[in-house]
Design a protein around this ligand. Sequence first.
Ligand SMILES: [Zn+2]
Length: 298
Amino acid sequence: MWVVFLTISEVSDILLRLFTYSEEKMDSIPFAMPQDFTLSLARAHLNQGQWFIFSKQLMLVSEEGKRIPKTANLPSLREVYVGYFKGESCFAAEIAEDVQAPSGWMWSCFRSLHGVLPKEEYALAGRALQLLEWDRTHTYCGTCGQKTFPRKEERCRECSSCGQLAYPKLAPAIMALVQREEKILLARGSHFPQNMYSVLAGYLDVGETLEQCVVREVQEEVGLKVGNVRYMGSQPWPFTGSLMVGFACDWLEGDIIKDPLEIEEAGWFARDELPIIPTEVSLAYWLIDSWKRGRLPS
Ligand SMILES: [Zn+2]
């Protein structure tokens, strides 16, 4: 038996971290994969399980209580199997833009459902949205142009002519929280909501590591040299089929030189002078908030 003595401050720090983790993150995505990826979509299943129904980025929820439908009685453009959740099958369906919501139901912007739907359901809905987009954009083979069909044994579409396989793909992107003494670098792009600032972000290039991507993006966007790149956390970002990977890093040298194509404004901010930052739905908020609470890894 091991006995470990901890100081009160160490214990409170651990409890704080545990509390924060369970409050802000899920330990695992709450689904199990199906044994068969196509059988589950037989008509007999359409009145079972849970349905994540989208029209573009609008999601069908009940007007009262924002519940998710149990059936899919709407003409759908495509359907995919999402997985098992709490013993029930979960499906996703894409509906044409001009279809009215049934009585008692409404189309709601998916992003606005963060904090409204239970956390697990919101995560599954994001997964459903990405799977629908993958299915839509891989109806035809990228090699020979012929029709593809879903494979039974795995999440994959196979070309009916040349056999090319298409798996769901993600675009990894980094977020970089740059720290300089007691301040962090925040910037705003021209497409940002008014007065909102965030950490720097950019897509991973072919052949580079995530850490190299952090160094390059910061150099390109604000002309600073950074180092001591530390992994912080990640977040699926269904709106663009991305995986956001968050890092903290330290300023090493240089003054801010903005890339005029990407950055409208950039500056150093102390804890008590933070501007408007992204909402809790994004990893950027979590990175900034972690710094604000003094929880960056060294
Ligand atoms: Zn093909």
